[in-house]
Design a protein around this ligand. Structure first.
Ligand SMILES: NC(=O)c1ccc[n+]([C@@H]2O[C@H](COP(=O)([O-])OP(=O)(O)OC[C@H]3O[C@@H](n4cnc5c(N)ncnc54)[C@H](OP(=O)(O)O)[C@@H]3O)[C@@H](O)[C@H]2O)c1
Length: 299
């Protein structure tokens, strides 16, 4: 199999690249292109040049912008990463008859009536969810035989603490800082390597004509609020939880879904079972590098 992974420098893309290591794979990054091909995925000429060079059987699009600060501060750029890049990659893949796997998000749902199946009607609450939904529509309009994989919040080996919610929360817990964290909105942190394994298998299924569903859901089963995550980290590492308070900041904003639990559906029958990575066994090695020495608590 020849594969090209766009967004291979990102949290998910790095893991997807590893999952395709047994194939003839090329990873493309943008600002972090160390060891990767540098491609601006919003530029048709950049994308076409790479696909013409490598002639992939499968293209995986892990390009996106999922940081809320970026949606607000540079919305045109964030939209470009979520929507324009999807349009360019889809069109280029279609013209070259490569099969496409596009990554989307549980934020296409409003979180008011979980659990969600792939065919349930999306109703995004915020701009990111609207971009992700628009990208899905763009992909399927141009490339009806593409596969769209919706994922919940991810965690895994991070390059910097703020790269994932979990490592960011763990660092703050380890500092002993006063923390008030949302205890209303439930998320289903899923290990990137598990998601990457699903991508690898979907790519195989796409190539062998075994992928009949357009939209596929994958998620860990266990849900946590940010507050509960902080407590789990504190208790696992013997850190004080005295300064961690339950709040409702995310829920009170009105633009963050309450609970988008995804029903894992749409996977091809021939898929076999995916190696599940339970949160409680996986999270310690992910957060440990980011724990800092606690500061003395002010009186
Ligand atoms: N992380 C999550 O919790 C989560 C949850 C659900 C769905 N998703 C979705 O999964 C996908 C991957 O997310 P992620 O967490 O891996 O994001 P990430 O860590 O922020 O990585 C984003 C990737 O997009 C690349 N990129 C940005 N602008 C680009 C451009 N103009 N041209 C080419 N590449 C560009 C980045 O490259 P450089 O850094 O090299 O510039 C990076 O490789 C996204 O579609 C996201 O919406 C993520």
């Amino acid at each position: 199999m020849r594969a090209v992974i766009f967004g291979a420098s990102g949290l998910l893309g790095r893991s997807v690249l590893r999952a395709f290591a047994d194939t003839n794979v090329t990873g493309a990054g943008f600002r972090r292109s160390n060891g990767l091909v540098r491609v601006d995925a919003t530029s048709a000429s950049d994308v076409e040049r790479l696909l013409d060079r490598d002639r992939p059987d499968v293209v995986v699009n892990c390009v996106g912008e999922r940081r809320p600060a970026a949606w607000a501060s540079t919305p045109d750029q964030a939209r470009g990463r979520n929507v324009d890049a999807a349009r360019v990659i889809t069109e280029s893949a279609r013209q070259r008859k490569a099969r496409l796997l596009h990554i989307s998000s549980d934020y296409v749902f409003d979180g008011k009536s979980a659990p969600y199946r792939p065919n349930d009607r999306p109703s995004p609450l915020n701009v990111y969810g609207r971009w992700k939904l628009l990208a899905e529509q763009v992909v399927l309009a141009a490339c009806p035989d593409a596969a769209i994989l919706r994922l919940p919040v991810l965690y895994g080996p991070a390059q910097f603490a703020a790269e994932t919610n979990l490592t960011d929360i763990a660092r703050q817990v380890s500092l002993g800082a006063r923390l008030e964290l949302d205890d209303v909105c439930v998320r289903y942190p899923t290990h990137v390597d598990e998601a990457a394994e699903v991508c690898r298998r979907l790519a195989e299924a796409l190539l062998h004509g075994q992928c009949t569903a357009s939209v596929i859901h994958w998620s860990a089963a266990q849900g946590f609020t940010k507050y509960r995550l902080a407590l789990v980290v504190a208790h696992r590492f013997g850190l004080s939880d005295e300064r961690i308070r339950a709040g409702e900041a995310d829920a009170a904003r009105g633009d963050r879904p309450l609970d988008c639990r995804l029903v894992c559906q749409g996977l091809p029958a021939a898929f076999g079972s995916v190696h599940r990575r339970p949160f409680r066994t996986e999270f310690p090695s992910v957060v440990e590098p980011w724990l800092l020495s606690p500061r003395p608590v002010e009186s």
